[in-house]
Design a protein around this ligand. Structure first.
Ligand SMILES: [Zn+2]
Length: 186
């Protein structure tokens, strides 16, 4: 069994029961940075679907297993198991779904900005009018053109295709580049 919840602000939660393990994975976004946490707890096999509650500043996950009821507190900086039942007086339930949350327009999965490392010059790299390209990252100073895409798309790491002309990501089935019209089958 696997459940997903939308935590708002780009945050998502995945809860999965693998044998006696409850695997909790939480991703939160703050200031454009993505933080991921994962925890695996040996709580026993689930006897019911988990329940997620929202309280001011944190979330409580209720998991009913063959060994009893467990409560886990989820905060942006940590996941911790509770030893006693929390007060759910003012809690608000967050719906859990058994389908992944569509997180289409998220910020690309980027590492925090690092100082520019020396790199192998790649075509094209011009300093005259400042053009720079590391597929699929792109930067141009002429008329301010900047493009960055997640090059580590976790969902389809091996099937990414890029236009050899302009570096736009294209579908393998595409005949022509949607950006520059380059014939991709040539
Ligand atoms: Zn192109």
């Amino acid at each position: 069994m696997k459940f997903f919840a939308d935590l708002g602000n780009g945050g998502t939660l995945t809860i999965e029961n693998v044998d006696v393990q409850t695997v909790i994975a939480m991703t939160t976004q703050s200031a454009g940075q993505q933080q991921s946490q994962q925890m695996s707890l040996a709580l026993g096999k689930w006897s019911a679907s988990p329940t997620l509650y929202k309280l001011p500043g944190y979330l409580i996950l209720q998991i009913d297993t063959q060994r009893g009821q467990a409560f886990v507190r989820l905060q942006s900086h940590g996941i911790s198991m509770l030893t006693e039942m929390p007060s759910l007086m003012n809690a608000q339930m967050i719906p859990l779904r058994n389908m992944p949350i569509a997180t289409a327009p998220t910020i690309p999965d980027m590492e925090p900005m690092k100082p520019m490392e020396p790199m192998k010059p790649m075509e094209p790299l011009r300093m005259g009018d400042m053009e720079m390209r590391m597929e699929p990252m792109e930067m141009r100073m002429g008329n301010m053109h900047l493009r960055m895409e997640s090059s580590t798309s976790s969902s389809t790491p091996s099937s990414a295709h890029f236009c050899s002309q302009c570096g736009t990501q294209v579908q393998e089935s595409d005949r022509f580049c949607s950006n520059c019209g380059h014939n991709l089958k040539n």
